[in-house]
Design a binder for this molecule. Structure first.
Ligand code: AMP
Ligand code: MG
Length: 495
């Protein structure tokens, strides 16, 4: 006898749908003409305790949003947001659906979410679709981020829909299947604050605390503690971005999570030459989201988050609430700088951050400025200097004046480390990536994938980036900056 088809590979437990009625619209995905799983993240599936078969046609339908799995309650979430500084009271999931939540082996709750599954009541004239290039880009960027040890949403699968979607010509339609600690955003709070729906805001804050920081329920002021916690997580997140040269590109408040995970990889890119003014996004005309602006922009976003929480922090005394919230926001930069310098200290081989080390770190970056030195490679070259002398680092510099003096100071500082040079160099290589998603590599892989339906270069790049720290034979073409003829790089939102 034929087995009945198992429509329930996912043991859903949907707290958002259950506890937050009025925060979303129940919605179904569009019918994909021919859903096919192009890529399944088997490692992630296994770590989440999911037993998925990429060749299963029903799974493809479910992950395209065409069919609803048993236990799923697909919904489009409401949120608002400041985009490039301007407030939109209603954004929301215009092309996304939350299928539901699952618990992993450790009882951690995560969202199973689709991006590109068709229009919703929040689409605002958009077609609700996504195309293969940007879907694969988000897949790759998230996996690279995860391998770097940086909190991020991750791709579980990329599904092609069999549809051609108009985007500067016709492009293959696709859906990104994404997992996240949650999809609560600063913009989710702004949605209800803008409508002055204080009861809903309290429900949302209580939900966020229960889901992301349950210990805070015991705090004297749980809502102030929530602000502190989100601010701390974002400070650590941005510090990690800065340490690897990651530029998010669209740090709008709807793209900032409450969980502290990186979300919504659009026009993001890794900086090649060190320059705080680096910006790649074609839509960022004012340079609002440059590399160097990311910490102050995060603080600005958190100030918007703080504003939404004021009525909860002290419902009877607004001035007191504002003062308390302002103090938290004022602490953001010191917390960020501490996290940033602590991480940078490890990158230059220091086991702890001592007095004066922040200056040593900042001065290294000053010597890089204005020279065409690859940011990522610099730190590996520094480690090599400890193994084989100064040549590896000096050859990178056109103007060696600054770096020679800096190397003296650095090596004097390292002499107080309780380890020999080889051990320090090895420790440095464990935190300084050799392989990052360089713009020219990502571009080349996506051109093959989208243009020629050849996923092999993409898969090869994905495999390299899964272990960014360990040097392997035969991967030299993945190291180092773009060839000269690659030209200036511009990223596009690709919606
Ligand atoms: P993003 O720039 O991806 O963070 O998206 C900002 C807002 O635009 C969100 O509300 C999205 O749901 C919406 N959006 C982006 N692309 C589309 C699209 N193709 N169709 C409908 N809504 C979209
Ligand atoms: Mg977004």
């Amino acid at each position: 006898m034929d087995q009945p088809f198992d429509t329930r590979p996912f043991p859903f437990d949907n707290s958002y749908a259950r506890d937050l009625e009025g925060f979303y619209v129940p919605w179904q995905g569009s019918k994909a003409p021919k859903a096919r799983i192009a890529l399944l993240n088997e490692g992630l599936a296994a770590s989440l305790g999911l037993d998925l078969d990429a060749s299963d046609p029903m799974l493809a339908e479910i992950l395209a949003g065409s069919e609803t799995a048993e236990g799923s309650m697909p919904l489009a979430q409401a949120y608002a947001g400041h985009q490039f500084g301007g407030f939109s009271a209603q954004l929301g999931d215009g092309r996304a659906l939350l299928l539901g939540e699952l618990l992993d082996g450790e009882g951690q709750r995560f969202d199973l979410h689709l991006k590109g599954s068709g229009p919703t009541p929040f689409s605002r004239g958009g077609d609700g679709k996504a195309v293969l290039g940007p879907v694969l880009r988000e897949y790759l960027m998230g996996e690279a981020m995860h391998a770097l040890g940086i909190p991020t949403t991750r791709a579980l699968a990329a599904v092609t829909t069999g549809e051609l979607v108009p985007r500067e010509g016709l492009k293959p339609g696709a859906v990104l299947v994404r997992v996240a600690a949650s999809h609560l955003r600063v913009g989710t709070f702004q949605f209800f604050a803008a409508r002055q729906e204080w009861d809903k805001l309290k429900t949302l804050a209580d939900y966020a605390i229960a889901r992301h920081a349950p210990d805070l329920r015991e705090a004297d002021n749980p809502y102030l503690a929530l602000l502190e916690e989100v601010s701390r997580r974002q400070a650590h997140l941005i510090a990690q971005w800065m340490q690897v040269g990651f530029i998010h590109g669209v740090m709008n408040t709807d793209n900032m999570t409450i969980s502290g995970e990186t979300i919504d990889y659009g026009p993001c890119a890794y900086m090649d030459h060190y320059d705080p003014a680096t910006v790649f996004s074609s839509i960022d005309h004012m340079g609002r989201y440059t590399y160097g602006n990311q910490p102050p922009v995060a603080r600005w976003n958190l100030a918007r988050f703080a504003e939404t929480l004021v009525p909860l922090i002290d419902p009877d005394n607004e001035e007191r609430a504002i003062n308390l919230a302002t103090d938290v926001i004022a602490d953001f930069m010191p917390i960020y700088k501490e996290a940033y310098h602590a991480g940078m200290a490890k990158k230059i081989g220091l086991s702890s951050l001592e007095r004066g080390d922040d200056k040593l770190i900042d001065d290294l970056l000053t010597t890089l400025r204005g020279q065409s030195i690859d940011f990522t490679s610099t730190f590996r070259a520094l480690a090599d200097t400890l193994r084989s002398g100064r040549e590896p680092i000096l050859t990178l510099f056109e103007d060696r004046e600054g770096i020679v003096g800096w190397l003296e100071r650095w090596q004097a500082r390292l002499s107080s480390e309780d380890r020999d040079g080889a051990a320090i160099a090895d420790a440095m290589d464990r935190v300084n990536p050799l392989y990052t998603p360089r713009n020219h590599l990502v571009d080349a892989a996506l051109v093959k994938a989208e243009g020629e339906a050849d996923l092999e270069p993409f898969k090869a790049l994905l495999a390299v980036l899964a272990d960014p720290f360990t040097k392997r034979e035969g991967l030299d073409s993945y190291v180092g900056p773009a060839p000269q003829n690659f030209g200036p790089f511009v990223t596009y939102c690709g919606t």
